[in-house]
Design a protein around this ligand. Structure first.
Ligand code: SF4
Ligand code: SF4
Length: 321
């Protein structure tokens, strides 16, 4: 019997939700396990780095990598997996565009370390001790990975072949991607494995979205009794649907919550946050500057709202040290 294709799953700066998504394949995971040999999956099985390093280059058919890249250890792992794997799939919003971890790119590395080890109200550290890259303890040298200046997406560190969007990707998209890989029926390299149109196009509320939203106020979900039929944006809620790629079957609007943009942009959009700002803010009803400012005050955290999953891909300037 021929060898089954070897598959690796790896996580970097990740919450573990993308790993859960693989488990959420439910009985379909048995078909995956039957069809492939899993040679690396740290969240589920004990594999050693040396075992992966010892494998011949390109001997792994596909590596699914989730999470953003912040440390030198994550860089080493993904570079090694790039050498060992024929194909790398960037798995989920954090790998694709920095995700939640990339919101830290609003702050300098020193600001983050100072807050975490000195100023955070829950910290008791009078000597201001910080983790050191190298510590000698009883004759043993213990090392820690280096905390880099900023969070990067996977494709800012290694070449990526395909992208699975979402926070996390849905079981349906994962199953379809695994099926296409096993059947060798893949689209051109670089493709995001999800429909290339906007979420509004697959949202059941789309017919109630007016051409001119005439937004007089932005509200947060807990401040309003949400009409379950009507477009959320038309109700003054920040729904990222117009700037977000389809493929999740509009699950958040279906659950009466606005889209937060986790599928990233479609191929026609370079910067998801900028796209949302340009398409929606032109629909603000007031025309006087102070009245416009009052409407925008309804969005207390603009970066966390418009770039919640994509700050490492934002075209705005970033802090580098
Ligand atoms: S994409 Fe979402 S689910 Fe996946 S690791 Fe990042 S935060 Fe977690
Ligand atoms: S803005 Fe949101 S609620 Fe409205 S149609 Fe688009 S995805 Fe649906």
């Amino acid at each position: 019997m021929p060898d089954k294709p070897k598959v690796a799953f790896y996580w970097c700066a990740s919450c573990g939700g993308c790993e859960e998504a693989v488990v959420d394949l439910a009985e379909d995971i048995l078909k995956v396990v039957e069809a492939v040999d899993i040679v690396l999956w740290p969240v589920a099985m004990d594999f050693k780095k040396a075992d992966v390093e010892a494998r011949p280059d390109k001997s792994i058919a596909v590596a699914f990598i989730n999470g953003a890249i912040r440390t030198s250890e994550q860089e080493e792992w993904v570079r090694m997996l790039r050498r060992k794997a024929q194909m790398v799939v960037s798995f989920g919003a954090c790998a694709n565009s920095g995700g939640i971890p990339a919101l830290a790119n609003q702050f300098k590395k020193e600001e983050i370390l100072k807050y975490v080890y000195e100023d955070c109200p829950g910290v008791d550290n009078p000597s201001k001790t910080r983790p050191q890259l190298e510590t000698v303890d009883q004759g043993r040298t213990v090392t820690l990975p280096e905390f880099r200046n900023m969070v990067r997406s996977l494709d800012e560190v290694i070449e990526v072949d395909y992208y699975l969007p979402g926070c996390p990707p849905t079981p349906k998209l994962i199953s379809a991607a695994v099926g296409a890989i096993l059947a060798g029926k893949l689209p051109p390299k670089g493709t995001v494995l999800s429909p290339d149109n906007s979420l509004c196009e697959e949202c059941k509320r789309k017919d109630s979205k007016p051409a001119d939203l005439a937004l007089a106020e932005f509200k947060r979900p807990h401040q309003v009794h949400i009409d379950p039929e009507k477009c959320l944006l038309a109700q003054g809620l920040v729904c990222m649907g117009p700037a977000t790629r389809a493929g999740c079957e509009a699950r958040c609007p279906e659950g009466n919550m606005p889209c937060t943009g986790c599928f990233g942009p479609s191929s026609r959009v370079r910067d998801q946050g900028a796209k949302f700002i340009s398409s929606v803010f032109s629909n603000i009803a007031p025309k006087e500057e102070k009245d416009i400012d009052a409407v925008l005050d309804g969005i207390p955290d603009p970066i966390g709202t418009f770039y919640r999953y994509g700050l490492s891909k934002c075209i705005l300037r970033r802090k580098l040290n």
